[in-house]
Design a protein around this ligand. Sequence first.
Ligand code: SAM
Length: 273
Amino acid sequence: MNYRHAYHAGNFADCMKHALLVSLLSSFLRKPSPFVVLDTHAGIGRYDLEGTEAEKTQEWRSGIGLLEQEGPESPLAPWLELVKKAGLPHRYPGSPMLASFMLRPQDQLICCEKHPEDKRVLYGLFTRTPNVFVHERDGYEALRALLPPKDAKRGLVLIDPPFEQTDEFKRLVEAVQTIRTRFPTGVIAIWYPIKHRTPVRTFLTALQDAGVRDMLTAELLMAPPTDPDRLNGSGLLVIKPPFGFAEQAEAQLARLKTVLGAHDYSVTQISPE
Ligand code: SAM
């Protein structure tokens, strides 16, 4: 539990993950029936871009720092509007805050954060938001406890672990199987790092071999994935992507590639519906 997201908030990987998250959540707004978002590894919800952690790495400068001038016609605009609402250029919203902005009264956000100090900060952010619930608990264990959602038939499970453990990809394969059993209609989004291709390929193949259908990957590479000691890129695996998401992801990643000066991007359906 050494990982602190405050050092990385607003970097290229966050920009990719959060822009795509907003697109996924937008699709739930097309229908009036309630939806639930389960954010299993939630972090502190909002990050200080002027704090000591952000100052130390300056990672946000080559991420959100390059996107402040995007106009309303940009495919990134719906996400950037929420980032500004959270306090850009001083503060940057994490996944719980972005999701909370998109909830209607009938929807719910459930956050799990294992680090007690981070949970305390996150809890403080939502004391006046009645449909956001914050748990101090293991996000993987929460899948069994909190799914299927009690109050909605639709939902998104976001899994964004720190990848400190060497068996994280293996745990993710088990997590997908648990979610599919307990909440088969749920949309699943899993963030993963791309250092070298091999662990990512092994992860995705394990899911294909387990018969998981309707999987799409959206990836942004800042450099060729050949140096295993470097975060060369990042990906979002989406299981049961909503209608139109692939096209939105394509447009968003193309724009991120241009503005962030990335090496490459891709959106790929890796198993059929
Ligand atoms: N999803 C957040 C966002 O986009 O703003 C960032 C999450 S950060 C990458 C991962 C978080 O998971 C850290 O805050 C860490 O303390 C927490 N964490 C680590 N292991 C966990 C576990 N087993 N269950 C729940 N949270 C965990």
